[in-house]
Ligand binder design. Structure first.
Ligand code: FAD
Length: 370
């Protein structure tokens, strides 16, 4: 007989694992299918910044509101996950220094000055805090709330805690197809057939094929990001340095993570020499001394992007049993906790912000991001 679950989840990256954790903790019987190893695709490629301010388009933007909420959830999650999984997700202090090299960049940054979480620092104060930074900056916006975590540690912690709450997590179990019956949904996998009341598609950039098979059009595509890490042989960075999508993040291990390129429609998750060269070039303009640091490793990952850069989170418009949580683009680590809460809310019947569901619904008219 096929085993039956309340909810099946496709994809064991940080988004699928957060959903598994939130639903298992709410008492649902969960099965999660992961084609390879948990958390080893895009999730492991991320720098782990919780960049609600750094990545947003200002505080009017829905992304900012949702991102801030998710950032706040991390505070409690750090404690809960440590307790439930024994894993430290390594939340940092110090936040991000968003650097300006020109008066125009300074003006753009200072649009955030009305926020209590933003502080403009002139070049001399930035240099006092971070002597490693380039001499020719005009100043920087300090955002202490945009801290960072270790993405794989968060994913692993969700996984271990979900299992502790009874979730069944199946690695090396690709989902082959999904059939919609009147009574239940049937999920065929490489390791057998399962039935469920609800299904959530959370397979990152690979979600597109399920959306299509379930009759939905979408704009999901990969934006490849390449990174390099080096061993910091100087003093530790007090803050993440960020400029024009280039960043340098200090890890507790003594490594600096330097990223990242943006290559749309490249499905090859392998770094190229040209990509790494571009990353090093940009980063050494921010912090010249990195050129002397020993290389640790290079890698690449595929960000799941949509045309308007907002994720798809919500229910299938014609079948309430099927939900989506994908397209988190540059911010899946930031948005994992709130995504888990939204999907739990939709499945167990808690109230969920209508505005958010509207903004992230599949089938919306997506404005092209420029
Ligand atoms: C270089 C880089 C830097 C980044 N930095 C940050 C950052 O600082 N902060 C931030 O918030 N975000 C960052 N991101 C974005 C973030 O990594 C992603 O948004 C996030 O990892 C997406 O998670 P996911 O679970 O949707 O996808 P994934 O982690 O890719 O997980 C999807 C999983 O689904 C599985 N799967 C696919 N098909 C099937 C199938 N048929 N059956 C079963 N399983 C299947 C895959 O094997 C995979 O494990 C970065 C991304 C990159 C590439």
């Amino acid at each position: 007989m096929n085993k039956h679950y309340d909810v099946a989840i496709i994809g064991g990256g940080i988004i699928g694992m957060s959903i598994a954790y939130h639903l298992a903790k709410a008492g649902k019987q969960i099965v999660l299918f992961e084609a390879n190893e948990i958390g080893k695709q895009t999730t492991s490629a991320a720098a782990g910044m919780l960049g609600a301010h750094a990545e947003g388009e200002g505080d009017e933007d829905i992304f900012f509101q949702v991102g801030r909420q998710s950032q706040a959830l991390y505070e409690k999650l750090t404690v809960d996950l440590q307790h439930e999984s024994g894993i430290d997700i390594r939340i940092s202090v110090g936040g991000i220094m968003k650097v300006a090299f020109t008066e125009q960049e300074k003006r753009a940054l200072c649009r955030m000055q009305h926020l209590p979480t933003f502080e403009w620092l002139e070049a001399s104060s930035v240099k006092e805090r971070m002597p490693q930074i380039a001499d020719d900056i005009v100043g920087a916006g300090l955002i202490e709330d945009d801290v960072h975590v270790e993405p794989y540690a968060v994913c692993r912690a969700f996984w271990q805690a979900a299992v502790r709450h009874g979730a069944d997590v199946k690695e090396f179990t690709p989902v082959i197809d999904v059939k919609r019956g009147k009574e239940t949904l049937t999920v065929s996998t490489a390791k057998g057939i399962f039935t469920c009341d609800h299904l959530t598609v959370a397979s990152g950039v690979w979600s597109g094929r399920f959306l299509e098979e379930l009759g939905l059009s979408h704009s999901l595509y990969p934006v490849k990001g390449e990174c390099v890490s080096v061993w910091n042989n100087g003093p530790a960075l007090a803050h993440t340095i960020y400029h024009d999508h280039c960043y340098i993040v200090q890890r507790d291990s003594g490594k600096l993570v330097i990223g990242a390129t943006m290559k749309p429609n490249d499905w090859q998750a392998i770094p190229t020499l040209g990509g790494i060269e571009a990353v090093i070039h940009k980063a050494s303009q921010l912090m010249p001394s990195i050129r002397e640091m020993p290389i640790d490793q290079c890698w690449a990952g595929l960000r799941p992007a949509t045309s308007d850069r907002h994720p798809y989170i919500g229910k299938h418009p014609e079948d309430e049993r099927i939900l989506f949580a994908t397209g988190h683009y540059r911010n899946g680590i930031l948005l994992a906790p709130i995504t888990g809460e939204i999907i739990r809310g939709l499945i167990v019947g808690e109230s969920v912000h209508k505005e958010w569901l509207h903004a992230f619904r599949i089938g919306r008219k997506e404005a092209l991001f420029v």
